[in-house]
Write a protein that binds this ligand. Structure first.
Ligand code: CMC
Length: 394
């Protein structure tokens, strides 16, 4: 009843008030809890940013140390959970495996479901710590599974990113030596992905959580939303597109033309954004980081040159100028992932690792402010009332 406004894709509808992330798409501004993304990417660490997003302030040294320590002591995953991996086909996409295992956390920690977030504060903190600690383990194992390799246990002497790299790349016969340049690059990428206000996956987490579903189920739903090629799946598609351009002889103009042709079904992946209409501040930082990392690792990747040429060609093309289409966060991130040895089918998983604190913060805010269950309305355009016809009379 009453007046329903229609806004498919929620292009102009605010679904919530939020105090977590500020985003000004016209001016390319992104701040977590008021702190500019540029300063956080330069000076902070991923776990500190996670604390900031979730608890709302920069932790004092003792608080941060405690948070990091707790994350380190919960990196192990229950052996029974490990057995679930045996049931997946070897070449299962790691995103499908990740989502299934995050859902199963609710089965292993049933108290996390139906938690009274006001009365059981300590258990809530533990629930949060557990998923931050275990997601890298589950993610690395989903990759190892896709390779048919034995799984590596976490090594808690290592920091968050180094531990992940160890679980990803150590072989029984050849332990992986973590390069600090690689660990720092990864940490920076995770910071840049940590939150992005009411995007598709965060809105999904809030919507699922609004039924008072548990944190783990809500986040699993967020992982599924992120998987799509129009959202987090774009980073995998960018590198595949750059490779395709490279293999076809490196003629970027031809691909720019194809992207302009609506009948081609092809879009420049890593270009355009619902909110940023001038530039994506994360893309600026990542472009520079890609240069730095490749230089530090002494890698010469022709795909980076193609990406730069493609960016240049698109930014000077009237079609892209008119529609205010710029490189987004995914455009250069894949080049860094590739340089540090992350396989392509893990790119979206990396995005999920980064976005986790944002999802947690969004879920918590939605519950704390006691938002009602999310329940959009519709404008019905189907048949009017008609009588049922028995099957032999149709
Ligand atoms: N290549 C070619 N044309 C494009 C592109 C592109 N990448 N993106 C948008 N357009 C055109 C689109 O065809 C439309 O043209 P017209 O006005 O003539 O119909 C116009 O630009 C506006 O596009 P839209 O699809 O209405 O915009 P949207 O806000 O619904 O979509 C988007 C935003 C990010 C889904 C879209 O730009 C896109 O599909 N980009 C490629 C995929 C991608 O890189 N996604 C990652 C987004 S950033 C990370 C994340 O949030 O996950």
């Amino acid at each position: 009843s009453g007046f329903i406004t229609l806004d498919t894709g929620y292009k102009n509808t605010g679904a919530t008030k939020s105090a977590i992330t500020f985003l000004d798409g016209e001016n390319g501004i992104l701040r977590y809890r008021g702190y500019p993304i540029e300063q956080l990417a330069e000076h902070s660490t991923f776990l500190e940013v996670a604390f900031l997003l979730i608890y709302g302030y920069l932790p004092k040294k003792a608080e941060l140390d405690k948070f990091i320590h707790e994350v380190r002591t919960h990196t192990m995953v229950n052996e029974d959970m490990r057995k679930i991996f045996d049931g997946f086909p070897v070449n299962a996409h790691p995103m499908g495996v990740l989502s299934a295992l995050v859902t199963s956390l609710s089965a292993f920690y049933p108290k996390a479901v139906g938690l009274d977030i006001d009365k059981e504060k300590e258990y809530l903190d533990l629930t949060i710590i557990r998923i931050i600690a275990k997601l890298p383990t589950i993610a690395a194992w989903s990759y190892k599974n896709s390779q048919g390799h034995p799984l590596n246990y976490p090594k808690n002497s290592l920091d968050y990113c180094s531990n992940f790299l160890h679980m990803m790349f150590s072989l029984p016969v050849e332990p992986y030596e973590v390069n600090p340049v690689v660990a720092r690059a990864l940490d920076k990428l995770l910071i840049l992905h940590a939150d992005h206000e009411q995007n598709c996956s965060a809105s999904t987490v809030r919507l699922v959580g609004s039924s008072h579903a548990g944190l783990y189920s809500s986040i699993a739903a967020g992982i599924d939303a992120l998987w799509g090629p129009l959202h987090g799946g774009a980073n995998q598609e960018v590198i595949e597109m750059l490779q395709e351009i490279h293999d076809a002889g490196g003629n970027v103009k031809q691909f720019v033309e194809k992207a302009k042709d609506k009948n081609s079904g092809f879009r420049l992946m890593g270009f355009g954004h619902r909110v940023y209409k001038n530039f994506d501040p994360r893309a600026k930082i990542i472009k520079k980081a890609a240069d730095d990392v490749l230089k530090a690792l002494n890698i010469n990747d022709p795909l980076l040159d193609i990406a730069k040429e493609l960016e240049h060609a698109a930014l000077n093309d009237q079609y892209f100028i008119d529609r205010k289409l710029y490189p987004n966060v995914d455009f250069y991130s894949g080049i860094i992932y590739k340089a540090i040895g992350i396989p392509i089918n893990m790119f979206t998983v990396m995005f999920a690792l980064g976005r986790l604190p944002g999802w947690i913060a969004q879920w918590l805010e939605m519950r704390r402010t006691k938002e009602p269950i999310g329940r959009p309305r519709q404008i019905y355009i189907g048949e009017t009332a008609r009588d049922y016809v028995p099957v032999d009379k149709r």
